[in-house]
Design a protein around this ligand. Structure first.
Ligand code: NAP
Length: 351
């Protein structure tokens, strides 16, 4: 315990915060030391603060139950803080922490597109970490912010990366079928989503289109150069608890056989796999051969929710190839990637 790095979770009571609490139990490198949320939760035990709204599997972890929830002020003992704060308030709170010397690994949208903040998926763009030095200089602080992408963008970018790397990419169409937990707690009213699909999620489509280009772009000469790919997204909310399904069609930069496309996806690995980081899945992408997979109900917890599961890879009559992907929105799509990002920071000596 003594040698583990003390960490805190901001927004610990919400859908993503709860996943952090779950993932940070018994983490080999990090020790969950502090939990913080809004003034309404502060001062209560964590068990009391999440009573009646614990939405991840099983019970509240024993070690977290009696921890007293703090306010989100930069007076915590942990230098590394994971942020699962509501985006309406995350921006200034995360900045305040970074200014005070904390390292913030955030899930929120507020700083993702800042020109000196890495938007990171360790398998996709680990070299973007180099911008941290610039951020520290710009903001005159030892602290800094790193972010992970929007939950739907993460699954998409992981699958686009090997295709872009091997064949190039010209254009991408993506249609998402997004789970209820993606809207946080309490989220979408039952009467709005029962027996229904809602073809609108506020701000989601532009986030997927913009964030994917930053992720697949380069960091060179002190600035981000976005990838030159046309991406069009359409997003719908569906009546599924966890796991975002996405229908993707791609136009490649050069001709490729189906076997080559499948091989590029199946064999893709990144630094987390090479370094054997604690939260890294063995393979970032799992390709299913069945004609009716992936399905949220059966495939979202594959590999503890960290790999993206792909199926139905086939020729497209309009673009080149099409497939379905599934990614767990609060695991790989949020807390899981934020923890993996922090593991990469530690491995690379940034902590
Ligand atoms: P959520 O369930 O609504 O939780 C929001 C958290 O923010 C709660 O812990 C809440 O604390 C805290 N909070 C609200 N107002 C606050 C304030 N004024 N001061 C301090 N804390 C405050 O939301 P979520 O779904 O977990 O999402 C958290 C963040 O992750 C959002 O920015 C979201 O966009 C992003 N994200 C979510 C997902 C997903 O699948 N859900 C995926 C990727 C990224 P109280 O309980 O005390 O109110």
């Amino acid at each position: 315990m003594e040698r583990k790095i003390k960490v805190a979770v901001l927004g610990a009571t919400g859908a993503v915060g709860q996943r952090f609490v779950e993932l940070l139990q018994d983490h080999p490198w990090f020790y969950l030391h502090e939990l913080a949320a809004s003034k309404e939760s502060a001062g209560r035990s964590y068990e009391e603060a999440v009573r009646g709204r614990w939405i991840v599997s099983g019970d509240v972890p024993e070690t977290a139950k009696s921890m007293t929830v703090r306010e989100c002020r930069p007076d915590l003992e942990s230098r590394l803080v994971f942020s699962a704060l509501d985006s309406s308030i995350a921006g200034p709170i995360e900045e305040e922490f970074a200014k005070a010397g904390y390292i913030v690994s955030s899930n929120s949208r507020n700083h993702r597109m800042d020109p000196d903040v890495p938007l990171l998926i360790p398998e996709v763009n680990p070299e973007h970490l180099r911008v941290i030095e610039r951020q520290k200089r710009n903001r005159r602080s030892h602290g800094y912010i790193i972010t992970n992408p929007n939950c739907s963008t993460i699954g998409l970018a992981i699958c686009l990366k090997p295709l872009y790397g091997r064949f190039g990419l010209r254009s991408v169409f993506v249609v998402t079928y997004q789970a209820l937990s993606g809207a946080g707690y309490p989220g979408v009213p039952a009467l709005a989503i029962s027996d229904n699909v809602i073809p609108y999620i506020k701000d989601e489509e532009p986030k997927i289109e913009a964030e994917s280009l930053k992720l697949l772009g380069k960091y060179e000469n002190g600035r981000f150069e976005y990838a030159d790919i046309r991406i069009s997204a359409q997003c719908a909310r569906v009546n599924v608890t966890d796991g975002h399904l996405e229908a993707v069609s791609v136009e490649l930069g050069r001709k490729a056989d189906l076997d080559e496309v499948v091989d590029a996806l199946k064999t893709f690995k990144g630094l987390p796999q090479e370094y054997k980081l604690p939260s890294a899945p063995e393979c970032p992408i799992i390709v299913r051969e069945e004609e009716d997979r992936p399905q949220p109900k059966f495939d979202r917890m594959e590999g503890n929710g960290m790999p993206v599961v792909i199926g139905r890879i086939r020729k497209c009559n309009v673009l080149d190839y099409k497939f379905f992907l599934l990614s767990h929105n609060t695991m790989r799509g949020a807390a899981g990637t934020a923890v993996l990002n922090a593991e990469l920071l530690n491995h690379e000596g940034y902590l």
